[in-house]
Design a protein around this ligand. Structure first.
Ligand SMILES: CC(=O)N[C@H]1[C@@H](OP(=O)(O)OP(=O)(O)OC[C@H]2O[C@@H](n3ccc(=O)[nH]c3=O)[C@H](O)[C@@H]2O)O[C@H](CO)[C@@H](O)[C@@H]1O
Ligand SMILES: C=C(OP(=O)(O)O)C(=O)O
Length: 420
């Protein structure tokens, strides 16, 4: 874990172009899906992030060979030699639970350390397990490990109580190599599910319905090697768009799929920002003061929970009183205490934050408690008067590629101080 920190001098107007990297949350399931091919999978546009490196370690521990250079990742899964993911790797990154489905489909058994809760919530796996059981998987939990065995996987009819992104992905990946047809009802509709369907179908799978609430997967006997380019990161793009507004700037965010960021565009326009899509770019300009908003996080295509902290930071300097309701994760307001250190006026009642905007934030010593909390504090620091020291930026390294370099090119004053 890095103990590096950012030292940021705020109040610089940001201007210019910034290129969005490939999506972390699409790349991780695509990497897990590579387990399903009996050969090499080539993935392009994969961002250099600690989460990606960690997933690479998980795959290596299962016998895959990986090569990663210039955002191109090759995963060779022709020989899998182990089925156990140890606790240290699981603790580093929850998304390593995405190997459950593909390992069961390819190898018939797998053992992972049960992921614990994390800063943003308890994050149980009951929907993943329920779905896998419906496909004929036996699941036992012992000594903190989930052991799953599938004699022969069969198609099944799965109803998810909540449209969980990870559960939908895991069940899709388990179902592709079964005999028979699997239906997933109340499936997640996020763009990352569509990207996963696209890769799997290129590999020879027969999946329909991604992007809707019902997925149909007709099992096939074998999947082949293929290549795929990951979709752009809609949360990274959204973070840059908020940066433009918070610094009174003018930024062209490149490599976006405008439809994926439609709730972000809508909310920024509602607050008074000028947002103009140009093909696969979007220009965001802010003149004058941004206005207070009401925001409620929802599953896609609703407002994404992964943008809630960044918008909350923006609303601390908006004109008027804003209300932000978090409906996805039960503990995703840890950035509030840190933003208060910067002068923000926020009260939290249950899952609702009430923000009384003020003209300016003040630089302070603050600490990232999780990835998007870190992004929110980074944005707050860019807008604040004087300097901010932002600690625990290892959280930010999980999800933002070349952040310092990208923002320096826009005119931000940032130093990364390496702690010896
Ligand atoms: C790597 C990745 O893609 N991470 C994203 C993914 O996480 P992840 O896939 O973990 O999120 P889920 O959609 O599964 O979780 C949503 C809610 O459902 C609950 N739940 C989930 C599964 C389950 O079996 N039981 C259960 O109760 C969770 O605790 C949470 O409260 O989607 C989240 C919601 O958009 C995003 O914030 C994360 O950035
Ligand atoms: C919560 C996030 O990621 P993860 O699900 O990997 O914790 C995120 O990307 O904001």
């Amino acid at each position: 874990m890095t103990m590096d920190r950012y030292v940021i001098t705020g109040k610089q107007r940001l201007e210019g172009s910034i290129r969005t990297s490939g999506a972390k949350n699409a790349s991780l399931p695509l990497m897990a899906a590579a387990i399903l091919a009996d050969g090499k999978t080539g993935l392009q546009g994969i961002p250099h992030l600690t989460d990606i490196l960690c997933m690479g370690e998980v795959l290596k521990s299962l016998g895959c060979k990986t090569q990663f250079s210039s955002n191109e990742l090759t995963i060779d899964s022709s020989s899998l030699n182990d089925c156990i993911v140890d606790e240290a790797l699981m603790r580093k990154m929850r998304a390593s639970n995405l190997i459950l489905g593909p390992m069961l489909a390819r190898n018939g058994r797998v053992k992972i350390s049960r992921p614990g809760g994390c800063a943003i919530g308890t994050r149980p796996m009951d929907q993943h397990i329920k779905g896998l059981q419906e496909l004929g998987v036996r699941v036992e939990e012992r000594h903190g490990y989930i052991e799953a065995t599938a004699g022969k996987l069969r198609g099944g009819d799965v109803y998810l109580d909540i449209p969980s992104v990870g559960a939908t992905e895991n069940i899709m990946m388990a179902a592709v190599l079964t005999e028979g047809t699997t239906i997933i009802r109340n499936a997640a509709r996020e763009p990352e599910i569509v990207d996963l369907q696209n890769l799997l179908n290129k590999m020879g799978a027969r999946i329909r319905g991604a992007g809707t609430h019902v997925l149909r997967i007709d099992g096939v006997a074998k999947l082949k090697s293929t290549e795929h380019t990951v979709i752009p990161d809609r949360i990274e793009a959204g973070t840059h768009m908020v940066a433009a507004v918070m610094t009174g700037g003018d930024i062209l965010v490149e490599n976006v799929i405008p439809e994926h960021i439609s709730p972000i565009i809508a909310k920024l326009r509602q607050g008074g920002a000028e947002v103009t899509p140009y093909g696969d770019s979007v220009r965001v300009r802010q003149k004058g003061q941004f206005k207070a908003l009401e925001i409620k996080t929802l599953v896609y295509p609703g407002f994404p929970t992964d943008m809630q902290p960044q918008f909350l930071a923006l609303l601390t300097i908006a004109d008027g009183t804003s209300i932000v309701s978090e409906t996805i994760f039960e503990n995703r307001f840890q950035h509030v205490a840190e933003l208060r250190r910067m002068g923000a006026r926020i009260t939290v009642e249950g899952r609702t934050a009430i923000i009384n905007g003020r003209p300016n934030l003040e630089g302070a010593f603050v600490e990232a408690t999780d990835l998007r909390a870190g992004a929110a504090l980074f944005l707050a620091a860019l807008a604040a008067e004087e300097g901010t020291v932002l600690e625990r930026i290892d959280h930010i390294d999980r999800g933002y590629e070349d952040l310092k370099e990208k923002y320096r090119a826009l005119g931000a004053k940032i130093q990364r101080v390496v702690k010896q």
